[in-house]
Design a protein around this ligand. Sequence first.
Ligand code: AMP
Ligand code: TRP
Length: 332
Amino acid sequence: MSMDNKKMIFSGAQPTGSLTMGNYIGAIKNWKALEDEYNCIYSIVDLHSLTARQDPKKFKEMCISFLAQYLACGLDAKKNIIFFQSHVRQHTELAWILSCHTYLGELNRMTQFKEKSEKHRENINAGLFTYPVLQAADILLYQTSKVPVGEDQKQHLELSRDIAIRFNNTYGEIFVVPEHHIPKIGAKIMSLQEPNKKMSKSDENMNGTIFLMDTEQVTLKKIKRAVTDDRGKVAYNDEQLGIKNLMTIYSTLTKECVEKIEEKYAGKGYGAFKKDVAEIVIEHLRPFRAKYAELMNNRECLVDVYKEGAERAEEIAEKTMKKVRDNIGFIK
Ligand code: AMP
Ligand code: TRP
């Protein structure tokens, strides 16, 4: 990737559990679509994962697995910078500085913090609270114009913008003010079991989550068992959230519009529709799983990717950090 005058993209996912169909449709599929038009940086945000307690051995394996999953989904390590967040120290340095320019009131409003601290009452740590500041640092370090994410990250992105604007007003034009890039359809894939809830890596009910690396039999079983309704009509509306969600998956993977899908299944039952959704998902994921297995058997190749990624990322991050340090007034 040459550092020409293309605009910058940054995004990332936390290496906890395993990538889901929600991560793919809401984020990674769109990362891939942007790789030619922009200079893209995609991180495995391992520092963010520390807000929950991790077992060191399992954590290491999960991080490597995430890198292999990113590449298996088709992200090109030649076109994009792909790296582990913890390998570029500037993220934590900038996070501290930004945390001194972020108000408690702003962090208190974050719905993800409220939800997570509600769910994990035994471990409401300071990192969970300042999580969005580290995220802002991730984004602002690379002079990012656009951040491709799912709907749930909108609030964090708005905070990143506010911090960037405040910082620029204080010290001069240091950061590009980023915009979110949220897909029109597929920004929030729902749980197959509770279609009013987001599909999540950490859902206790694994039947609600399609993992990209699930076996074909498991995928088929999960989709067949997806909760629907008793209307018996394949239609895209908010009264039929389960069917709407399956149609969203169908539509984003095939690029067929929902009206066309409604037409196609007019007069047919949910059984036939679910069978086709399962087939589309399985076909889509088959090459990913093959590539994943190949990559996990070729660890040296993964090491090359993350080492080179960190070097290239650090070079860009350090340029921004120099500007930040100078403008704050730190002695050189
Ligand atoms: P996370 O799994 O929280 O690290 O999220 C990584 C990326 O996937 C973020 O851009 C999220 O917005 C996106 N994402 C996570 N879950 C979903 C979902 N159910 N639907 C759409 N996007 C999602
Ligand atoms: N908070 C994001 C999530 O949970 C992950 C993330 C961390 C991120 N840093 C980022 C996403 C920077 C986009 C840009 O999904």
